[in-house]
Design a protein around this ligand. Structure first.
Ligand code: ASP
Length: 335
């Protein structure tokens, strides 16, 4: 199966084909992946980045495939990014929105997914507020499942696009010190970042108020910090995470004002960091809470690059899962 990237006249030669060695049926999290598998996705995403720069932004790699977006939680970037990624690969895409579905008539999550599979879904992109929901689905349907965020557990494509953005800006990930700032306890982005960054050889510091940074995180091989000003000069990258009010029971810090005083990324704090400090934020961003507007739009910010890279990462994941399906079908070993 070809990415179609190399068919465009004037394109750079395609890198070695990671699809030939990709064996995973689903993408459920970065915890399960090896460093080599993560790098294979990032390398594939690099070759798809080029497609988005063309005047005609489309390749035929997933022609005839059906990709369903099943979102049981709100989303702006992830859902549109997956839809667009599937369209750029020439797949048929369909959005399913929980609020206007038969779930409200009592149909179960698994029955809903089985019905969607019966319509020929090859790949389901699933977001759910319950940790493990995409994993459960992967045991009940034959379609490939991509986790687009499961509760506070993982958000693998966000982790991958963060890795891609860091690798593009810094050249490599090994040896960097990356601060994850804010509501670590409730953030699926934090967990996927921790798995991805540590596997690729970065040092990770998780920083925020003690109520939002569980000590147990140390088991994941990260450093725990509560004082942002103390760790900032050591960081090459800071990933500014949103306070996940929707997952909190309340009362985890005195007030938003107090949180911002100690943890908001301001221009003054940026000046205290390394001259080439790279700032990421997964979005949605809350200007004036986790970071100031000047910092969000400033020269250290890679927030919109993350969105651009997200599209390439999602194309890469869809492509690799689809290529593996095709190999299985051709070898007569379909799942
Ligand atoms: N959009 C990311 C997520 O779905 C980050 C956030 O919501 O703060 O986890």
């Amino acid at each position: 199966m070809s990415t179609g990237v190399e068919t465009e006249p004037g394109s750079p030669p395609a890198a070695a084909n990671p699809a030939a060695t990709w064996t995973r049926r689903h993408l459920l999290g970065l915890e399960d992946l090896s460093a080599e598998e993560i790098v294979a996705i990032l390398d594939t995403a690099e070759s798809f980045s080029e497609v988005s720069k063309r005047s005609r932004k489309k390749v035929p790699a997933l022609q005839g495939r059906v990709v369903f977006n099943l979102f049981f939680e709100n989303s702006t970037r992830t859902r549109t990014s997956f839809s667009l990624a599937a369209k750029r690969l020439s797949a048929d895409t369909q959005d399913f929105t929980a609020s206007s579905s038969s779930l409200s008539k009592g149909e179960t999550f698994i029955d809903t997914a089985k019905n969607i599979e019966a319509m020929g879904a090859d790949i389901m992109v699933v977001r759910h507020s319950t940790p493990g929901a995409p994993h459960l689905l992967s045991q009940h349907v034959k379609s490939a499942i991509i986790n687009a965020g499961d509760g506070a557990h993982e958000h693998p494509t966000q982790g991958l696009l963060d890795l891609m953005t860091i690798r593009k800006a810094k050249g490599s990930i090994a040896g960097l010190t990356v601060g994850l700032l804010g509501d670590i306890a409730h953030s699926r982005v934090a967990r996927s970042n921790i798995w991805g960054l540590t596997k690729l050889g970065a040092k990770v510091i998780v920083c925020g108020p003690p109520t939002l940074v569980p000590r147990s995180m140390e088991k994941l091989g990260v450093e725990i910090a509560y004082n942002l000003d103390a760790i900032l000069p050591r960081c090459d990258v800071v990933n500014v995470l949103r306070i996940q009010f929707e997952r909190q029971q309340g009362g985890l810090f005195p007030s938003v004002g107090e949180y911002s005083h100690f943890y908001m990324m301001t221009e003054e704090r940026v000046r205290k960091g390394k001259p080439d400090l790279l700032l990421l934020a997964p979005g949605p961003i809350n200007r004036g809470v986790e970071l100031t507007p000047e910092v969000a739009d400033g020269k250290h910010s890679a927030i919109l690059d993350q969105v651009t890279n997200g599209l390439a990462v999602r194309m890469a994941v869809l492509y690799l899962l689809s290529a593996r399906m095709e190999m299985k079908t051709n070898s007569g070993n379909a799942d």
